[in-house]
Write a protein that binds this ligand. Sequence first.
Ligand code: NDP
Length: 448
Amino acid sequence: MPITNSYVQSVYDVTKQRNPEQAEFLQAVTEVLESLQPVIEKHPEYQEAGILERIVEPERQVIFRVPWVDDQGKVQVNRGMRIQFNSALGPYKGGIRFHPTVYPGIIKFLGFEQIFKNSLTGLMMGGGKGGADFEPKGKSDGEVMRFCQSFMTELYRHIGADADVPAGDINVGGREIGYLFGQYKRLTKQFEGILTGKGLDWGGSLVRTEATGYGSVYYCDEMLKARKESFDGKTIVVSGSGNVAIYTHQKVTELGGKVVAMSDSNGYIYDKDGINLDTVQLLKEVQRKRIKEYCNEHPSAKYTEGCKGIWNIPCDVAFPSATQNELDKESAQTLVKNGCIAVSEGANMPCTPDAAEFFVKNNVSFGPGKAANAGGVATSGLEMAQNSQRMAWSFEETDKKLQSIMVNIHQLGQEAAEEYGTPGNLINGSNIAGFVKVANAMIAQGVV
Ligand code: NDP
């Protein structure tokens, strides 16, 4: 749906003028603005209150130097950042990403998406995101620790349990959260819930590790139910082999699906009899090795260099769960030709806009990332609630809450899509449902 409303177009033009080099951010803004046109037309109060102009501009952006010393004694410098996008619904909440590709355009796209995602969870969380252009691959534990300590030495003054609560994202898992938390505590003398994804012995929540992958499967299950289908006997392709991909595999297998392919940033593995998750977990979670090495243990599996070919593997359901823009229109066409009926975005914005549009037009049930992968931040919200109460809920109780949040997010998207004239389009529905709540809160809180 192109932008046809002149007011919405003018908001986009100013955003582009202000952020000319930030392609990923502009891509995310375009998708949301396109979806919101019927809402703006029906509710002039949003235009009068300048909601769109305000929502595309972060409340605060902090960029800082992260100096650290490597194992050879050489000083290294990275760039760190935290973008606090919108606090209408609660403290800023969103992950930290360590990857060489990190720059403000990536963190702003992620922070912007996070506003609507967090709103959809129904929990009181604003949107933010952070990161650094640091590559942890090939670094020793000591180097990662020194980097995290230096990163937190600046970040600590900008966050707080009721102000901004970061979490993990690409390359920021339990190890990094531990180092970051330790340094925060050392600097402030406070043991408080300033990060989520913490270890279970010191304030973490059960299910947080599994939450994004499980949530993406629960969401997809709702999409399948809506077309009177289930995972039983389905062939599944999951890209990535990180946190989201691993727990997507685990849950989808539990529900009767068979995962035949997974990947990392170098290439993908295929096994028609199903990928063994224990081996992937050992390689990726414990040994931090490449997915290629899977074939040493399982000679029946085939490794192919390069990531894109994974979408040529015939499957019923696809879970792009690695990174942004990893699935383009050509891959979408191949998936549809091969009979794929559902796509759930485990990663943030993994499908290019024309790929997503192609899925929607070709009757593929399409779960956009801000809805489908909201289970991670939802469970982070549950971790914050447990920290505030000084309580720890059981796995079953937390998992049940996660599942009901995902069912609700799917329903909200469906209802809004229906109400605004594009039934079944969960991109529009999720953008609209996420937006309305934030917009109403912004109006209530005045021009701030
Ligand atoms: P991890 O770091 O655990 O795993 C990332 C996976 O994606 C790895 O297999 C990695 O391969 C692969 N990957 C990273 N960059 C690229 C690239 N440029 N091309 C191809 N593959 C790549 O991260 P997560 O699993 O946590 O995150 C995956 C996605 O899910 C991201 O988009 C993230 O924003 C999103 N997400 C994560 C949430 C969470 O709770 N963790 C919550 C919501 C969304 P390699 O090892 O080779 O780098």
